[in-house]
Design a protein around this ligand. Structure first.
Ligand SMILES: Cc1cc2nc3c(=O)[nH]c(=O)nc-3n(C[C@H](O)[C@H](O)[C@H](O)COP(=O)(O)OP(=O)(O)OC[C@H]3O[C@@H](n4cnc5c(N)ncnc54)[C@H](O)[C@@H]3O)c2cc1C
Length: 466
């Protein structure tokens, strides 16, 4: 079992967590991640009990010259949490969140999920801009930039990061913040897992309260053209307190969906308002009156309830394939692409999601961190999803065709955390945009041998250009 392996493996002799090799019980379950289309076989899964364990796993991978990956929530669609034939530094057991309500900060361990952070901070009516699915990992989302319902009001997730503790490629342990290793801190807020292993995140919290005015408004597919036309005008003057997302999908068989609409093609227009609900009600009145919609589920509800709204629609171990764009404000031509492609899928689980960007995301200078998306009106995620899992499905072709049709209407940029593993280097560069060269310089300083490469990789700047 694992302890025998540990005795044999010098660097791992003091390992306090659990070590899983392919022949160990528990290995098969531990190598499963959110995306059931990914089938990788690491040589070792190191279930870390603390930072020392992560350090031992890193040393082990370096001494064996095998790849190393880091697993936070295991949600990255590309499967980057799992290094084929390598070592997985797995933080699944480290999900602690310590909230300081007076200081309005939270310390978060690297295996925490957003549901962990939301529930700990909401006990005090506090929140940090999170992702919109509670079973997504904090770590990967934050180092990629991160956005969700609170971002138009309080910025990207990574804009609310105060400091990190990190384990670097040379084995050293450092802190990074605006005052300590500021170049590393700039890079780790958007540059992904390229610079080291984050072993603790410290976030600034905001006074949200426990309830928000939010929820989906359903339109039938035959109402979608007019509803989106109205939406475009409506959000053009939306204050930062308001976000309105679009979700084009098959209505799921969930309790809140009226029985007669389940299984039909629908457009969900989903407003989310931060602030006095009476002001929010006034603001949302025209949006809710338009149509009229087929159903309206906007209400004043617990934030944690709204946060869990999409959870059941994207369960673990289904097969997923994503393509993504950043979009400028929607043009009529872009809307035509949405209407032509959104429902031309074969799986009821496949969907299109348009995040609403702008507001506080855009208010910060474009180069204030390595994160992308400050110049976009929307992040568009085209998700092929199939319940059977496994590597292939006809909706992968749907997803690719749809992506290509939308390309002329997109900004050319893309959110690094929505990239799959078949996109190629040009697309990776597009994700880091004009920040790529600076990132490559910082990479050369902190990880010159590119130890952390099982990700959307930034190559270290060549020696002659450093
Ligand atoms: C259902 C779903 C919903 C999502 N919703 C949103 C959303 O609302 N907003 C949004 O911004 N994104 C969203 N995402 C994308 C999400 O940001 C990425 O999938 C992200 O990588 C998830 O983080 P994780 O820790 O779960 O990932 P993992 O797969 O565990 O890790 C992904 C990568 O992150 C890096 N990483 C992980 N842990 C560390 C660490 N401790 N130190 C350094 N690097 C690390 C590594 O490079 C790793 O390969 C969503 C994803 C899914 C699947």
């Amino acid at each position: 079992m694992s302890s025998d392996h540990a005795l044999m493996d010098g660097e791992l002799s003091g390992f306090r967590g659990e070590l899983l090799r392919p022949t160990d019980g528990g290995y098969s379950a531990s190598r499963r991640i959110w995306n059931g289309a990914i089938d990788r076989h690491p040589a070792l899964i190191a279930l870390c009990a603390d930072e020392e364990d992560a350090s031992a796993a890193l040393k082990y991978a370096l001494s064996r010259k095998i790849p190393l990956s880091v697993r936070g929530g295991g949600h990255n669609v590309s499967g980057s949490a799992l290094a084929e034939g390598g070592v997985v530094t797995d933080f699944s057991a480290l999900r602690g969140v310590a909230v300081d309500p007076d200081g309005m900060t939270a310390r978060v361990q690297p295996g925490a999920l957003w549901g962990d952070v939301d529930s700990a901070s909401q006990k005090h009516g506090l929140a940090v801009p999170a992702g919109i699915v509670t079973h997504t990992g904090v770590a990967g989302l934050t180092v990629g930039g991160g956005f969700g319902w609170l971002s138009r009001h309080w910025g990207l997730t990574s804009d609310n990061l105060l400091s990190v503790r990190m384990l670097l490629a040379d084995g050293s342990r450092v802190r990074a913040s605006e005052d300590e290793n500021p170049d590393l801190f700039w890079a780790v807020r958007g540059g992904g897992g390229n610079f080291g292993i984050v072993t603790e995140f410290r976030f600034r919290l905001h006074r949200l309260g426990t309830h928000v005015l939010a929820g989906p408004i359903l339109f039938r597919a035959d109402q979608a053209r007019e509803a989106i036309a109205f939406y475009r005008e409506f959000i053009a003057t939306a204050p930062d307190e308001l976000s309105v997302y679009l979700n084009l999908r098959t209505a799921p068989p969930l309790g809140w969906v009226p029985a007669h609409l389940r299984g039909t093609e629908v457009l969900l227009v989903i407003p989310f308002y931060v602030g006095d609900p009476r002001q929010g009600e006034d603001l949302l009145r025209p949006l809710r009156a338009f149509g009229p919609p087929a159903a309206d589920f906007v209400g004043y509800k617990p934030y944690v309830e709204h946060q869990a709204m999409f959870d059941a629609g994207v369960p673990h171990h289904w097969g997923y394939y994503w393509k993504s764009h950043y979009l400028p404000p929607l043009t009529e031509a872009a809307v035509e692409v949405l209407l032509e492609h959104s429902w031309a899928k074969s799986s009821p689980a496949s969907y299109t999601l348009l995040f609403h960007m702008g507001g506080a995301i855009t208010a910060r200078p474009k180069d204030s961190s390595a994160a992308s998306g400050r110049d976009a009106a929307h992040a568009m995620n085209i998700s092929a999803a199939w319940a059977a899992g496994g590597p292939s499905h006809p909706d992968i072709a749907w997803c690719r065709d749809y992506f290509t049709a939308m390309e002329p209407h997109a900004t050319g940029g893309v959110y690094v955390n929505f990239l799959h593993n078949d996109e190629g280097e040009a697309r990776t560069r597009a994700a880091y945009g004009s920040r790529y060269d600076r990132l490559a310089q910082i990479k050369a300083k902190y990880d010159p041998e590119n130890v952390f490469h099982t990700n959307q990789n930034i190559r270290p700047a060549p020696a002659e250009s450093r």
